[in-house]
Design a protein. Structure first.
Length: 492
């Protein structure tokens, strides 16, 4: 899998400083190559409820292995689809999507497993939460420890759903407590919330169904509040996003915060956009404000439209990047789920590949996220084959200099013969956690690059191509790259 595996390393080695090296390695390219793994309704994982733990683990490992094989670098793993948990929690019950019964333990901890196995493969793991949804189907049985049973005063019915009322401070506090609990106890690289703020509009008997928050809005107005209903609702969501971001940074500053909203801020932005939904006025999500305020580290607008047309992908992408006034990353969501199934032809894999290339050509857009994992695993329309070509070379994830701009210490590196093989030994120095190892090998004036998981401490070198020099750098969790430890490989 690794480029370095093709190198032959002679037995006699001498170390030189980077300044003495005749040629410094080039900077490694960066790109977020991410995959959403959805658990709600068993969309991506596990394939069905009630599978034995061993089979659930095999399915999850298959997803992680495929992502690593494709040189992807980020998994966005849904752990709270409906005020529940796909991890051990004292705050919310086990998810029904594991066992078929909400509150029943599966006998293992999927999030702990996913974090450890992702890191073994050089993948970041971002835990994905739904902030307000209580139940996808309100008629389904719910655990006695579920929020709808413990605190029904926080919950309202809306269409088929149960939903928390975003106006209530206790709702905001619960969501923040749940997420910071995960950040504190698990070695996640990021946390992520999706586009379900106030719910997508529903109707009944052909008429719009209002969200049932008249009581809390009346209480606000009776207390002297002056905001209109829309402004009040937007403020409720603003408060959640602002406080959630601050709470994560207080707990662990290096943990990235991502938000994945509906792909159009408002109809008419950019000009000519209609979208069919005004998330500002219907989901009450002022995403542009969050981007301007810096209440996130990356934004993943769901740009699930074709490359050409009224909501043209490149036009929307350019608008979002231009709105990132604080330099926050914009990683568009790409619509693998629209690839042909059962004869439908909404999009083709070739167009997804084109959108990856358009993103690469857009300054300020350093990556993308694919939705969803099952489509990739099934290689629908050959999408995996396209990505294998697009991702042929390993890259580093984007850097987050506003979180930390100090590089880690130069690592120690040496090569030794073991059992007939040459083995590169990697030793971190200093206090910083190594997230990845960046290794360049030089033959003549050509450099080759590999990226290894930060947990690696040794790597076997192959014997097919000779190299004159190795440059080994440590990369920390914010993407800072250390000075390289240079190994000159002399002839025996």
């Amino acid at each position: 899998m690794h480029r370095l595996a093709i190198l032959a390393v002679p037995a006699i080695l001498s170390a030189q400083s980077q300044q003495q090296a005749p040629l410094a390695p080039p900077a490694a390219p960066r790109e977020a190559r991410a995959l959403w793994v959805a658990t709600v309704n068993n969309m991506d994982w596990p394939s069905r409820q009630g599978l034995p733990a061993e089979e659930q683990q095999r399915e999850l490992l298959a997803i992680l292995d495929r992502a690593a094989e494709l040189n992807m670098n980020t998994i966005v793993f849904q752990v709270r689809p409906e005020a529940d948990a796909l991890y051990r929690s004292d705050l919310e019950p086990w998810s029904r999507y594991l066992t078929g019964e909400q509150g029943r333990s599966p006998g293992w901890d999927p999030l702990a497993f996913a974090v450890a196995e992702s890191h073994k493969r050089g993948l970041e793991l971002h835990a994905w939460f739904n902030p307000y949804r209580v139940a996808f189907h309100k008629e389904r049985p719910r655990s006695g420890s579920h929020i709808s049973r413990r605190r029904p005063d926080l919950v309202v019915e809306y269409a088929q759903f149960l939903w928390m009322d975003p106006a209530l401070p206790e709702v905001r506090q619960l969501m923040i407590r749940v997420i910071t609990d995960v950040v504190r106890r698990y070695d996640v690289d990021g946390v992520h919330i999706d586009d379900y703020f106030y719910p997508y509009p529903a109707s009944r008997d052909g008429r719009p169904l209002p969200f049932p928050d008249a009581r809390t809005y009346r209480s606000y107005r009776n207390g002297g509040g002056q905001l209109s209903l829309g402004d009040w609702r937007r403020r409720n969501v603003d408060n959640l996003v602002r406080d959630f971001y601050a709470a994560v940074k207080k707990e662990k500053p290096w943990v990235k915060v991502g938000i994945s909203p509906f792909g159009v801020w408002r109809p008419g932005y950019p000009a000519g956009t209609t979208a069919g939904l005004d998330q500002h006025a219907e989901l009450f999500a002022d995403v542009r404000k969050w981007l301007h305020e810096g209440w996130l580290d990356y934004l993943a607008p769901q740009l699930y439209w074709p490359t050409r047309g009224p909501q043209a992908f490149p036009l929307l992408l350019q608008w979002w990047v231009q709105e990132s006034q604080r330099g926050r990353h914009v990683w568009p969501g790409l619509a693998l789920y629209k690839l042909p199934l059962d004869g439908s032809r909404r999009m083709r894999a070739m167009e997804i590949a084109e959108q990856v290339q358009l993103t690469r050509a857009a300054p300020g857009a350093e990556g993308h996220i694919h939705f969803n994992a099952r489509i990739l695993m099934d290689n629908v329309d050959g999408i995996g084959d396209y990505l294998a070509r697009l991702y042929a070379e390993p890259v580093l994830p984007p850097a987050f200099p506003w979180l930390d701009s100090i590089p880690p210490a130069r690592p120690e590196a040496r090569v030794a013969r073991q059992g007939g093989s040459s083995v590169l030994h990697l030793t971190p120095t200093g206090q910083k956690r190594v997230a990845h190892w960046l290794i360049h090998s030089r033959s003549g004036d050509q450099w080759q690059r590999t990226v290894l998981p930060g947990v690696a401490r040794a790597h076997i070198l192959g014997d097919r191509v000779s190299a004159e020099l190795l440059a080994v750098s440590a990369v920390d969790r914010s993407g800072n790259v250390s000075d390289a430890a240079i190994l000159r490989l002399d002839s025996p």
